[in-house]
Design a protein around this ligand. Structure first.
Ligand SMILES: Nc1ncnc2c1ncn2[C@@H]1O[C@H](COP(=O)(O)OP(=O)(O)OP(=O)(O)O)[C@@H](O)[C@H]1O
Length: 464
């Protein structure tokens, strides 16, 4: 790595990244299923005791109502994953107890809390809000709404409503037993008395470390909670819980049962993490185009730091003949919904986006994630953002599938940031070089073509 170390170019210009408002705009709700997928042998992984997908139980043994089990069958969920098996009995037992639950990306946290909601709501009061779920972006709120509707398809009188901009009519207000929303819109609806929270018995916060972070959405979530019944059961879920937020989470959800992982347990085995050693910043775009020119990749996501670079890369890739979409907070809600639906359905195969879609989005056909910029946080964006790195790469390798992540480095600063991230999680990264495209192509294609996770794939260590 000495060659890279000696190639120190001046740090990034201090361009303030656009703060994304994930909740802007819009209308249509519902998820679009994938029309295609990569091969995966779930059964094998669910029998491997070391896998987060492993479980000794069946869903039937968890004692859920028949209508819910029928919904799971319709989704082709044969066995619970570890987080589902361990968290569910604790969450659905009486008296209701709070929960702080952590599990790797793509291991089925959504179904764990969705099943709890379905088990807890009284469907004889279909328009009375009883469970509130909060998520950081409109896309994730819509996705969770879709999962509830699919698993709950045999639950009579189930009404699920999205509390995101443009979804709740001013005349009628919220009329559903389960409400999934973003904190700002939920707060507005409560204040305008369009959302009766008096009978809520369950509050779920997905991506809870992000949602409770005092630098971000934390204040809003605390205000929402302050308006809810004091006895409400609180469930906090995420793949990451940095220590400072975890301490706050314990105050937010007092006396909670906890399922927690160590740093080193957080990475998903099926994701082969690589890095591309770019000659300098100005060459990053050429390297990206070359990568796409060479590879036949299913669907992929390119993460960039700012909206401007998302637009710029989209413009240049389209001019170079690639079909790509860009999605970020500057777009109107309805537009964002349509762009993501196109990506889910495979109509568009490359999505260029910012951190607005780093968390939670579940598109199983994604086989490659590019970190065009290494995620950074803190004053002057000077500290590697360990959590965002993990969530970004977690858009691939969903529920036992394989995937590749490629992080672009080009100078001492980006190299050090990635090394820090690798050390933090105890991971080895595979080096790719733009000087040997045959080898690069082979390394990436070997993974993408393999039909299942290969835990031992980690030559060329970086950072350890
Ligand atoms: N028991 C199961 N059997 C088969 N597939 C499942 C099961 N549970 C969940 N899945 C599928 O696994 C995928 C990932 O689940 P989910 O989106 O809930 O992950 P997650 O843990 O919330 O990830 P993230 O941390 O990225 O939000 C989804 O496509 C979901 O349908």
């Amino acid at each position: 790595m000495a060659d890279l170390a000696s190639r120190i170019s001046k740090p990034d210009e201090a361009v303030a990244p656009q703060v994304e408002d994930p909740t802007e705009g819009s209308n249509s709700v519902g998820i679009v299923e994938n029309a295609y997928d990569v091969e995966v042998k779930l059964a094998d992984l669910q029998n491997d005791a070391d896998s987060p997908l492993f479980s000794v139980q069946s869903f039937e043994e968890l004692g859920l109502p028949k209508a819910i089990n029928d919904g799971l069958l319709a989704m082709n969920f044969k066995k619970p994953s570890k987080i589902q098996e361990r968290a569910l009995p604790l969450m659905i037992s009486d008296p209701p107890t709070n929960m702080i639950a952590q599990s790797q990306s793509g291991t089925g946290k959504t179904a764990a809390f969705v099943l709890t909601c379905l088990a807890r709501v009284d469907l004889t009061k279909p328009q009375q809000p009883q469970a509130l779920l909060l998520a950081p972006s409109r896309e994730l709120a819509r996705q969770i709404q879709g999962v509830i509707q699919t698993i709950g398809q045999f639950c009579e009188n189930l009404i699920v409503q999205a509390a995101i901009p443009g979804e709740v009519s001013r005349e009628t207000g919220v009329r559903a037993s389960i409400v999934v929303g973003t904190p700002g819109t939920v707060m507005d609806l409560i204040r305008r008395r369009q959302f009766d929270v008096s009978q809520l018995k369950l509050l779920v916060i997905d991506e809870a470390d992000n949602m409770l972070d005092q630098q971000g959405l934390g204040e809003q979530c605390v205000r929402v909670k302050g308006l809810l019944p004091k006895t409400i059961q609180i469930l906090l879920f995420s793949a990451t819980f940095p220590d400072n937020v975890h301490r706050f989470a314990q105050k937010f959800a007092p006396n909670a049962n906890e399922i927690k992982l160590r740093h080193t347990e957080l990475t998903v085995k099926g994701i082969s993490q690589m890095y591309m050693d770019c000659p300098d910043e100005s060459k990053k775009y050429d390297v990206l185009c070359k990568l796409y020119g060479l590879m036949t990749i299913g669907s992929s996501v390119i993460f960039v730091r700012t909206r401007e670079s998302a637009n710029e890369i989209q413009r240049r890739m389209e001019a170079d003949g690639h079909k790509v979409s860009a999605l970020h907070g500057a777009f109107e809600g309805q537009n964002r919904d349509a762009l993501l639906d196109d990506f889910r359905s495979g109509r568009s195969k490359v999505l260029i986006t910012t951190n607005v879609l780093a968390r939670g989005i579940d598109v199983s056909s994604v086989s490659m994630v590019i970190n065009y910029d290494i995620p950074m946080k803190g004053p002057g964006a000077g500290v590697p953002d360990y959590e965002t790195y993990l969530h970004r790469i977690g858009r691939t390798g969903r529920f036992g599938r394989v995937g590749v992540s490629i992080s672009f480095v080009y100078d001492r600063r980006s190299y050090d940031a990635l090394s820090d991230i690798a050390n933090h999680y105890g991971i080895d990264l595979v080096q790719l070089s733009p000087d040997d495209w045959d080898l690069t192509e082979k390394k990436v294609q070997d993974v993408i073509k393999s039909s299942r996770a290969r835990p031992d794939y980690a030559p060329n260590a970086l950072g350890n």
